[in-house]
Design a protein around this ligand. Structure first.
Ligand code: 5GP
Length: 234
């Protein structure tokens, strides 16, 4: 790319596009366990870029602001330049994953209202859980900002949960990251099967990165990502 690279994470490269925009190039890498397990899955970058773009457009159409501006090419998103906050915000509708290991809740327990959690983006420490005091101490977010973020998470869930349900899919949980622009908090990063748990309603079949985390072969993972995009976009 002829643009200056600003950074690179496990699954995306970030380039300077102009003074107020970046390019997010989605790589074909797939990782789990805070980068401990890593593979290349050809075509995955395009699928995640397209899935994210589709879901960001859906959120924007419901009045929820995101960093999405448009697509530069099939795997590269044009996004507003944000000052990213290194916090992962997770909303859980149904218990699975880390919460089941951490707290006395059973796999499959329904959370109504949903549970929202904050984690520090720190692979070396395995993304530790944060509360409002931690976030204020580390100057990540004020308590008021954290409450605003929680409201946005609930709004996103109110859009995504029924949308996926209409496609025969259940949204167990999802993770978003936020950034600042002119004092506002805006949704950044991505929304894809790398950052959501999606199960087929009728069969309970897993369609998300848990397949990879649990050791499924790469073709099965790719098929699930393709099937998901086809089902949400048709
Ligand atoms: P858990 O805390 O149960 O591992 O994850 C909760 C939700 O957040 C899941 O949908 C999971 O995919 C997402 N999530 C948690 N940590 C990360 C992370 O480091 N990267 C990404 N992409 N998603 C994550």
């Amino acid at each position: 790319m002829e643009f200056t690279k600003l950074g690179e994470g496990k699954t995306k490269e970030v380039y300077n596009y102009d003074s107020s925009h970046v390019l997010l190039k989605f790589k074909d890498s797939i990782t789990a366990g805070d980068g401990a397990k890593k593979d290349e899955l050809p075509g995955k970058g395009v699928l995640n870029a397209q899935t994210s773009a589709f879901l960001f457009r859906l959120l924007e159409s419901k009045g929820i602001e995101t960093h999405y501006v448009g697509m530069y090419d099939e795997r590269t998103m044009i996004a507003k330049k944000l000052k990213m906050i290194p916090v992962e915000v997770v909303l859980r509708n149904i218990a699975t994953g880390s919460i089941v290991k951490r707290l006395p809740v059973k796999e499959g327990e329904v959370f109504d209202p949903p549970i929202i959690e904050f984690f520090l983006k720190d692979d070396a420490r395995h993304d530790p859980l944060l509360n409002y005091c931690h976030m204020e101490y580390f100057k990540l977010m004020t308590r008021k900002e954290a409450e605003t973020v929680e409201e946005v998470m609930l709004k996103v869930n109110q859009v995504l949960y029924p949308f996926f349900k209409s496609k025969g899919l259940i949204l167990y949980d999802f993770k978003l990251e936020f950034g600042r622009l002119d004092g506002k908090l805006i949704i950044g990063d991505e929304i894809s099967l790398d950052s959501m748990r999606i199960r087929e309603e009728k069969t309970g079949r897993i369609l998300d990165k848990d397949l990879y985390r649990k050791g499924a072969d790469l073709q099965t993972v790719k098929n699930a990502y393709e099937e998901f995009f086809r089902r949400i976009s048709e």
